[in-house]
Design a protein around this ligand. Structure first.
Ligand SMILES: [Zn+2]
Length: 210
């Protein structure tokens, strides 16, 4: 079952208070309508009944798709993530992210790709990007796939879109040939591939027990 509750939200634009439904857990196998609402982020969009202003609200929740055996704890703060990792004793694939990273991971799993290979690719793209530009502000990279199946990695700086790098099945196969047999076994139940993971892997600091 999905679990939700009603909270009072102060509109950031007109400062008036109104009610909003917050989801503690979303089970998209039992509530299939919620799958689309997570993906277009409408589940997190606060619409002010007074001024019509709209704001995305970030909060921690558990995403659970039983059909795909996928359970992701979305955490809006590092403290929330640490608390969840401490409490975790599940044998599901589980991951900790913030912001749009949940959507990115869902797209990666939809396509049946290994998110670790995608993180390695993103890290390589980021290194090239940093080399090309002497001055840049902590670029953030996202994998994206559109409805036609086209894949790309988008580069953002300070929340602004800068450019994208095409991604293809060919590139994925090359990554797979180069890295797949060197990837560590997942620690039971916990899968945590992100930029830090890719950095440690590429510099030889990842082993199977990490
Ligand atoms: Zn308002």
């Amino acid at each position: 079952m999905s679990k939700n509750r009603t909270v009072t939200v102060c509109c950031p634009e007109c400062k008036k208070e109104s009610e909003f439904t917050v989801w503690d857990s979303i089970n998209t196998s039992i509530d299939p309508d919620m799958e689309a609402k997570v993906r277009d982020r409408s589940a997190f969009l606060f619409h002010c009944p007074d001024c019509g202003g709209e704001t995305y609200l970030d909060y921690s929740f558990l995403y659970h798709n039983m059909d795909k055996k996928l359970m992701i704890q979305y955490a809006d703060t590092d403290e929330a993530a640490a608390e969840f990792i401490g409490a975790l004793e599940e044998s599901w694939s589980t991951d900790i992210f913030s912001s749009l990273k949940l959507l990115e991971k869902l797209l990666i799993f939809d396509k049946g790709l290994d998110d670790r290979l995608i993180e390695i690719y993103k890290f390589i793209v980021m290194l090239r990007y940093r080399q090309d530009r002497k001055e840049c502000n902590d670029p953030v990279l996202f994998f994206y796939s559109d409805d036609s199946g086209k894949m790309a990695v988008f580069i953002y700086e300070d929340g602004e879109y800068i450019c994208s790098s095409q991604f293809s099945d060919e590139v994925y196969n090359d990554l797979s040939l180069k890295y797949a047999d060197k990837l560590p076994e997942f620690h039971k139940g916990v899968m945590l591939a992100d930029e830090n993971w890719a950095y440690n892997f590429l510099t030889g600091n990842v082993d199977g027990e990490e």
